[in-house]
Design a protein. Structure first.
Length: 338
């Protein structure tokens, strides 16, 4: 009888260890703090856990696993299974998706941003390039058009951008450079300090980031309609980790992406509704740029930068024109409902 009970106990213990071993736990590297920009990652983790009865969980780390500029490198060596990064942080490593950062693409809302990002992420050239880093593009982090905050006198004429030191990355930085500004690509987490110390005069961000990283607290004014473009920040997963998931786990992850993005869009929409109240509360002047100045900005930044980007991509053997055309076709299809 004792022998039987011992075997039963051993079998129970073995089953418990096996059940524990079967559970899947991913580490996820993001930065800053929880905010509108990370809500889809938080929602994804919640959904995946629910759909797998807690057998597939994600530990989301805000800066504890890697610096934001090193998240793609961390994915490539398997330091963690999922991460968020922005294309402008290392344009040479993710050339294909920088098409989404070209200035003045004409994107008018977050739904359109999701559509064009998804189209580019699904292009074979994007998948092939990310595979070099053992990364699979999972979902975008859609952001509205960037605008700048600044201190001192309002800059609402193009001539006033000459020599302006602006925190701006990717295509936005190129756009400001085209009109005489001096862009610097300090990371989001460094932007407040750069503004405080006078390294930059102005900072280009989406609304949530001006709030999250405190730049709105140093601002005297904010441009409401400059809208030079936005940055593209994918969420990627390590390919080996993704392929090692069970069929049920992979289904739980993939099927949760649309739901996570819907949650993100709804949450960001609420933030945008409150933005004017935030400006009033913090005493920040809302500046409207004239149509004439905007037209001049586009003429100097949009076409030349786009053509140079296409030429550069084609010279590297990448389908630059095809990718740009894909973005424009997707926008047209989105607006027509096709």
């Amino acid at each position: 009888m004792k022998k039987f009970l011992g075997l039963t106990a051993l079998a129970s213990l073995s089953f418990a260890f096996a059940a524990e071993a079967m559970a899947t736990e991913w580490n996820v590297s993001v930065w800053g703090k929880r905010r509108a920009f990370t809500e889809h990652v938080e929602k994804l983790a919640e959904l995946v856990s629910e759909k797998t009865n807690g057998e597939f969980t994600m530990n989301i780390s805000y800066g504890g696993l890697s610096k934001n500029r090193e998240n793609l490198d961390g994915i490539s060596i398997g330091a963690f299974e999922m991460a968020q990064f922005c294309a402008g942080y290392h344009r040479d490593k993710n050339r294909v998706i920088t098409v989404l950062e070209l200035p003045f693409l004409g994107v008018s809302n977050l739904e359109e941003e999701v559509a064009i990002s998804s189209a580019v992420y699904n292009h074979p050239a994007a998948a092939d390039e990310m595979a070099q880093w053992n990364a699979k593009l999972l979902m975008t982090s859609p952001m509205p058009q960037y605008n700048i905050v600044g201190t001192g006198e309002v800059r609402d004429e193009l001539a006033e951008f000459e020599g302006m030191r602006v925190r701006a990355t990717g295509g936005i930085g190129e756009a400001f450079k085209a009109v005489g500004a001096v862009p610097t690509s300090v990371t989001a987490t460094e932007a407040y300090q750069a503004m405080e110390s006078g390294v930059v005069d102005t900072v280009s961000f989406a609304q949530h980031a001006h709030l999250s990283f405190g730049t709105i607290n140093r601002a005297d004014w904010w441009t409401a309609n400059l809208n030079p473009g936005t940055v593209n920040c994918p969420v990627v997963v390590n390919i080996d980790a993704y392929e090692s998931l069970s069929d049920a786990e992979r289904e739980a992850l993939d099927s949760s992406v649309p739901e996570a993005l819907d949650h993100y869009l709804a949450n960001y929409g609420e933030l945008l509704k409150k933005w004017d109240a935030v400006l009033e509360e913090k005493g920040v002047e809302k500046v409207e740029i004239s149509d004439e100045v905007l037209a001049e900005f586009r003429s100097k930044a949009a076409d030349p930068i786009r053509e140079a980007w296409i030429k550069d991509m084609e010279a590297q053997g990448l389908p630059g024109q095809e990718l740009y055309d894909l973005v424009q076709k997707t926008l047209a299809d989105q607006r027509s409902g096709s």
